[in-house]
Ligand binder design. Structure first.
Ligand SMILES: Nc1ncnc2c1ncn2[C@@H]1O[C@H](COP(=O)(O)OP(=O)(O)O)[C@@H](O)[C@H]1O
Ligand SMILES: CC(C)(COP(=O)(O)O)[C@@H](O)C(=O)NCCC(=O)O
Ligand SMILES: [K+]
Length: 259
C-alpha cells in the first residue's frame, strides 16, 4: 500500500491507497508546536483502530508547504514504516510530465495538483484549491505550468476580518440568499461568501481569456463545496486531487528508481 501525506497550513491530509484506489483518507490539524511523539502516537492509533498493519506500507510520499512540519512528519513516518518517505521538491520535478517554472518558490501542493489534473484530463486545466489560501494553478495542453494566482482562503478572510476589528465575530461559512445583510452575521456572510463567488468567477474569466483555449476547471481543497453557486463552473470537484497527484508522482518515481 502507498501512504500519501499532504501537509497544508490548516490540515494534514493522509490517504492510503491500494491498487490505485484510496481505501482510507483522514485529516488532522497542522500544529507546529506538536511533538514528533504526539504525531506518531496519533498515526499509530489510526492504524490500530482501522486494523491496518504498518508493515503493509511499501511507499510513502509527502508534500509539505509548512517547512517546520516537514522534518517532523518525515521523522514520524521514518519511525513508523520500514521505507523512507519520498519528499516532493525541485529535485523530482524533472521527472514529472508537468514542467515547473520557479521550482524553488512554488508550493509542492500546487505541483501535485497540476500533476493530478494533467494526468486525468491531458488538456489545459485550471485547478482551484480552496484551502488556507485560495489558489488558481493553470496548466497548458503540453503540461507546462503556466502560472499561479494566490488569494486569501475563505476562512482566512473571515478570520482576518474578525481579528482586525473590535466588533466583528467569526461567523459560520454559510452563503446567504441576500446581499442586503440584516444583522452583523448576515452582513459578513454576504460580503465574504457572495463576494468570493465573484472573486472566483472573475479569476476564471481572466485566466480563460489569457490562455484562450478550451480548458477543464477542477476544484479541490477542504472548502471546495462551500460556494454552491460555483458548481457549474467546475468540471469536477475532487478533494483527493493533491493526494492523487502525490500518488502519480510516487508511482512514477519508484518505477524509475526500481533498480
Ligand atoms: N468536508 C468538509 N466540509 C467542510 N469543510 C471542510 C471539510 N473538510 C475540511 N474542511 C475545512 O477545510 C479547511 C482546510 O482545507 P485544506 O484544503 O485542507 O487546507 P490546507 O491545505 O491549507 O491545510 C479547514 O478549515 C477544514 O475545516
Ligand atoms: C499558496 C500556499 C500557501 C497554499 O497552501 P495551503 O492553502 O494549501 O495551505 C502554498 O502552496 C505555498 O506556501 N506556496 C508557496 C508560494 C507559491 O506557491 O508561489
Ligand atoms: K492542500
Amino acid at each position: 500500500m502507498l501512504l500519501a501525506v499532504d501537509i497544508g497550513n490548516t490540515d494534514i491530509t493522509f490517504g492510503l491507497s491500494r491498487q490505485n484506489e484510496w481505501i482510507f483518507s483522514w485529516r488532522i490539524k497542522s500544529e507546529i508546536s506538536r511533538s514528533v511523539g504526539a504525531y506518531e502516537l496519533e498515526l499509530r492509533n489510526y492504524f490500530l483502530e482501522n486494523d491496518i498493519s504498518l508493515n503493509d506500507i511499501h511507499q510513502v510520499v509527502i508534500s509539505s508547504v509548512v517547512p517546520s512540519l516537514t522534518s517532523k512528519l518525515e521523522q514520524v513516518l521514518q519511525n513508523s514504516f520500514t521505507v523512507s518517505p519520498l519528499i516532493l521538491g525541485p529535485s523530482i520535478y524533472p521527472d514529472l510530465k508537468v514542467t515547473v517554472r520557479n521550482a524553488n518558490e512554488i508550493g509542492t501542493d500546487l505541483v501535485a495538483n497540476a500533476v493530478a489534473a494533467f494526468h486525468h484530463f491531458n488538456d489545459p486545466c485550471i485547478v482551484v484549491d480552496f484551502g488556507t489560501a485560495l489558489t488558481f494553478t493553470t496548466i497548458d495542453s503540453d503540461g507546462k505550468l503556466m502560472g499561479v494566482a494566490i488569494a486569501p482562503g475563505i476562512k482566512t478572510a473571515m478570520k482576518s476580518l474578525s481579528s482586525n476589528t473590535a466588533q466583528l465575530p467569526e461567523v459560520p461559512l454559510q452563503l446567504p440568499d441576500s446581499a442586503l445583510g440584516k444583522d452583523t452575521i448576515h452582513a459578513m456572510q454576504a460580503g465574504i461568501l457572495i463576494g468570493y463567488v465573484g472573486l472566483v468567477k472573475e479569476m476564471l474569466t481572466h485566466i480563460k481569456k489569457e490562455i484562450n483555449k478550451p480548458c477543464k476547471v477542477i476544484a479541490t481543497g477542504g472548502l471546495s463545496s462551500v460556494l454552491t453557486p460555483l458548481r457549474p463552473e467546475f468540471d469536477e470537484i475532487n478533494n483527493m486531487l493533491t493526494l492523487d497527484g502525490l500518488r502519480v508522482i510516487a508511482t512514477n518515481h519508484f518505477r524509475l528508481n526500481k533498480d
